[in-house]
Design a protein around this ligand. Structure first.
Ligand SMILES: Cc1cc2nc3c(=O)[nH]c(=O)nc-3n(C[C@H](O)[C@H](O)[C@H](O)COP(=O)(O)OP(=O)(O)OC[C@H]3O[C@@H](n4cnc5c(N)ncnc54)[C@H](O)[C@@H]3O)c2cc1C
Length: 490
């Protein structure tokens, strides 16, 4: 009897897992409520980031926190009223970003990242997908010499420790490499190993076509219909019910909505991002993707035009799109490159599925036989889809793993093992105050950091709130007594 699996979610991660399982002889149904690659995998920056050995840490410098709290930055924005829902995961994220803990995350992240180009090429070799993978790398351009010097030092460390290749360009070499950049810059780092995908959606579709050609089944349906049955798992599709012995959850940012029902609720949180395509004026060209380091937006030449992608936005999952970062980035992008008109009627929005320890969740779901997780790839899901697919398929078959899987194990977030630091709730009949309650698990360092963060937020709040159209002043209250802390549920 062949082994069987339902893979829920046909983004880059789910498609890659389904393809690897099929190639190992599994009967696989790949289920999504829409076509393959129409979630976050549709509109990302298209970078297969061999250089991304350092995952994005939570900022710890006070000046940086203040800049972000002001809510006028281009790289990070937030909906003030969404913050209560982010307090616990963001505090864990902050805690995990402490330099020694962050080093652990870097080492574990790097072990996946070093495989990414080879794993994509192994799937794409000899197929139509190869034409989408451009070996041109990408550039990070700097205006500030001081920041450029610091980035060069970090790039040297990445080369020494993780074999990342790059070229440092001064302003003249940069002008020669990208002759249509309009403003002189201090310099650039050209990461030379990464692949740039000319159409990320087409790449996911190409891998999905390989899956079908190899005998896999694509189905349309809602993952919320998943239920346990005697033979394993059942889900409803537009073609009727499907059953399999095993199930893989690869629903990106929506994964926890499902796993929670089965008793597993890791602190997954979403960072939204937007894109818009532009034409170029005259005979201008852009030879490779360019990230404006100080503003945090990317300009990538794609089949559809020059794609501008934005940094992170924190919002409630059901809040309508609010592409303010795109509005802020566009004038700067126009000063950087001779952009012509916008090419899309409305901005595209996608959600990066993030974890507080900056590592994806790959492996057996705690407490559920035959259920597996493959989500939480944050800023690098396009990059790590094929690596995750191969790793997970190997684990499901009990093969010796090609990357030690321990740091990504889902059980690190099981009930009882996760840290919860506190809770933020609106207070007062007019909702004009916030009460932040520290949990008993929060140690002194965390409490100190909370107070620091609160001080920054109190200073920045009036500006942040009015930037989001909320004119009401908001007071922040920290309960002082232990009794108050005990009374609260954290
Ligand atoms: C602006 C932006 C730029 C980015 N740039 C890059 C980059 O350059 N390089 C990189 O590596 N990564 C990048 N990323 C991150 C990357 O896009 C994501 O990490 C990746 O797409 C996640 O893939 P996934 O398969 O886990 O999720 P998704 O692609 O979101 O797939 C999840 C799938 O689940 C389906 N689904 C959800 N709920 C249900 C349900 N109830 N029933 C059925 N189906 C359901 C969705 O329809 C979707 O198809 C970027 C992200 C953004 C937003």
């Amino acid at each position: 009897m062949p082994r069987s699996a339902i893979v829920l979610g046909a983004g880059m991660v789910g498609v890659s897992a389904a393809l690897h399982l099929r190639r190992r002889g599994y009967d696989v149904v790949l289920l999504d409520r829409q076509g393959p690659g129409e979630g976050a995998s549709f509109g990302n920056g298209g970078l297969i980031q061999r250089e991304a050995v350092y995952p994005h840490p939570f900022p710890r410098a006070l000046a940086e926190l203040r800049r972000i709290a002001g809510n006028r930055a281009i790289d990070v924005a937030y909906h003030p009223l969404a913050l209560p829902g982010f307090v616990s995961p963001l505090l864990q994220y902050w805690w995990r970003s402490e330099p020694r803990r962050y080093l652990h995350a870097v080492q574990a992240h790097a072990r996946l990242i070093v495989t990414c180009v080879d794993e994509h090429l192994a799937l794409a070799a000899g197929t139509e997908a190869m034409a989408l993978l451009r070996p041109i790398g990408w550039m990070r351009v700097f205006s500030e010499p001081r920041l450029f010097e610091a980035a060069l030092a970090q790039a040297e460390a990445a080369r020494r420790d993780y074999g990342v290749n790059f070229a440092g360009l001064d302003n003249q070499t940069l002008a020669a490499a990208e002759p249509h950049l309009l403003v002189e810059r201090a310099g650039a780092i050209h990461w030379t190993d990464p692949l740039s995908v000319s159409d990320p959606h087409a790449l996911t579709l190409a891998y999905a076509r390989m899956f079908v050609e190899d005998g896999g089944t694509l189905a349309i349906g809602d993952a919320a219909t998943l239920q346990r049955v005697a033979s394993g798992w059942r889900a409803q599709t537009t073609a009727g019910p499907v059953e399999a012995a095993e199930v893989v959850v690869a629903l990106g940012a929506a994964s926890v909505q499902l796993t929670r029902r089965f008793g597993y609720a890791p602190p997954l949180f979403g960072k939204r991002g937007y894109h818009m395509h532009f034409g170029l004026r005259g005979n201008a060209t852009l030879n490779r993707p360019v990230l404006d380091a100080e503003s945090g937006f990317l300009l990538a030449p794609m089949r559809a035009g020059i794609r501008l992608t934005t940094g992170a936005e924190f919002a409630r999952p059901d809040a309508p799109p609010s592409p303010v970062q795109l509005e802020r980035a566009e004038p700067i992008a126009r000063r950087l490159l001779p952009l012509a008109d916008r090419l899309d009627a409305t901005p595209w929005m996608g959600v990066r599925p993030c974890t507080p320890d900056m590592l994806p969740i790959i492996g057996r779901m705690p407490g559920q036989d035959g259920a597996w997780c493959a989500f939480g790839h944050a800023h690098q899901g396009l990059t790590l889809g094929p690596t995750t697919g191969r790793l997970l398929a190997g684990m499901m078959l009990g093969e010796a793993p090609f990357v030690a899987p321990e740091p990504y194990r889902p059980s690190r977030f099981s009930r009882g093992s996760a840290r919860r630091f506190g809770k933020l709730a609106a207070e007062g009949s007019d909702g004009s105050a916030w009460r932040l309650t520290c949990s008993r698990q929060a140690d002194r360092a965390v409490r100190r950091a909370l107070l620091k963060t609160l001080a920054v937020a109190t200073l920045a709040w009036p500006r942040a709130a009015s930037a989001q159209g909320e004119a009401r002043p908001i007071r922040l209250i920290v309960p002082a007594s232990r009794a108050a802390r005990r009374a609260s549920s954290c």
